[in-house]
Design a protein around this ligand. Sequence first.
Ligand code: ZN
Ligand code: ZN
Length: 164
Amino acid sequence: MCNDYNLVTNINFEYLLIAWLVNLMRPSFDELKKELNMRNINLSYQRLKVLEYLTQNQCHPTVDHIFTDLHKDIPTLSKTTVYNTLRILVEVGLVRVVTIEDNETRYDIITENHGHFKCESCGTIYNFSMDIDSLTSEDLDNFKIKDKDVYFKGLCPKCLSKYK
Ligand SMILES: [Zn+2]
Ligand SMILES: [Zn+2]
C-alpha cells in the first residue's frame, strides 16, 4: 500500500540522494527489537508484527492502514491491539506521532528530526533530512518550543513525470 522510493520510474540523482539520506535514518526491525530487549519490554508476536510493519512501510500509516494490512495475515489481530502497541512504542520513543492533517494521526518509525513533504497528487508523505534544530527565530525568544515541524507540499517526482 506504500509508495516506496524503489517504485519511482523516473529516477534522478537528487531523488536518489534523498532516498539514500532517508535510508540512513531508517532504523531496522532487528535494531528496534534489540532496543526493546534492552529496556525489558517484551512484545507479543502480534505487537512485534506492528513494529515490523512500521519498519517496512515508511509512508506514515494510520491505525486503519496498519490494521487493514496486517489483518489479512493475522485474522485474530484487533484494532485495540494495534492502538495499544502504538501507544507503547510512542511512550518509549521508538515511534513518533505525525499529524499533518488535523483529522489524521499517522505514525513514523523515524524518530530523528526530519521534514515531511506531502504530494498533493498521490497523497504520499515523503521524509527528507533537515537540520530542524538549527531553525530559530528571535521572535520566539520568550517562548518555550516543544515541537518543531517542517511540512512542505507539492508534487513528487513520480507524479511530476506524468505531466511531462
Ligand atoms: Zn505524488
Ligand atoms: Zn517522517
